[in-house]
Design a protein around this ligand. Structure first.
Ligand code: DX5
Ligand code: ZN
Length: 231
């Protein structure tokens, strides 16, 4: 996984057909997805439940790009090896999920994955100030985690602050929640490069009509790149 700041669209398969993950993943990649975002929820850290390591391992052979696994679970550390074994490329833990995020990020890298740290909307950018050399991805939540299709919470000020803090470090800024062609430009102009989108990618399409996924991905990408170039 090489580093660059080009805009990357990461469809969240939380909005895919849960009976058909393999085909859905292949369809979004064929339609231009850069990363595949996999939302793991435990019914404890967030009020919703999705899937665990065996399911993520089953997704792996279908993902040819980057498998970006977002853990919305608490505690994290006991599961790091299981997600490495499942084939995660990026493993992201929430800073709010436990007292020892520094140790968690070290353990994720030691297990051979890129380490991500996610911030809930109420958590300030300064919370990662001492983590930036241990982190490959800072994920800024623009909804309260747990569900797809929620209303966007504007975090452009936080993104701008992070972009300054990160400087030349090879750290991605990822946005998760309510990303669509209207919100993407604000985030891209503020310095985000990875845009997760669930409902705005899967809306209106299906594996039998995958061109809609492609149109949706392209609409988000064009809006973000336009704003980036104008910034
Ligand atoms: C929310 C998840 C998101 C979610 C985004 O807890 O982390 O990845 O799928 O969905 P949309 O794009 O519909 O807000
Ligand atoms: Zn997510």
């Amino acid at each position: 996984m090489s580093f660059d700041r080009a805009i990357k669209i990461a469809p969240s398969i939380l909005s895919a057909d849960f009976a058909n993950f393999g085909q859905e993943i292949r369809a979004i990649e064929a339609q231009g997805a850069d990363w595949v975002h996999v939302d793991v929820m435990d019914g404890h850290f967030v009020p919703n439940l999705t899937f665990g390591p065996p399911a993520v391992k089953a997704f792996r052979p279908h993902v040819k790009t980057v498998m970006d696994v977002h853990l919305m679970i608490s505690a994290v550390d006991a599961y790091i090896d299981a997600y490495a074994d499942a084939g995660a490329d990026v493993l992201t833990a929430h800073i709010e999920a436990g007292p020892h995020i520094h140790r968690t990020l070290q353990a994720i890298r030691a297990a051979g994955m890129k380490a991500g740290v996610a911030l809930n909307p109420g958590t300030p950018s300064e919370a990662v100030a001492h983590l930036l050399d241990l982190t490959d991805v800072v994920c800024v939540m623009t909804v309260n985690p747990g569900f797809g299709g929620q209303k966007f919470i504007d975090m452009t000020g936080k993104v701008r602050a992070l972009r300054t803090m990160i400087g030349d470090r090879p750290v991605h800024i990822e946005i998760d929640g309510g990303v669509d062609p209207t919100t993407a430009p604000l985030l891209a102009a503020a310095g985000a490069d990875v845009l997760v989108a669930g409902s705005a990618v899967f809306r209106g399409g299906s594996v039998d009509n995958p061109g809609v996924y492609g149109d949706n991905i392209q609409a988000i990408r064009a809006a973000a790149e336009g704003a980036r170039n104008a910034a």
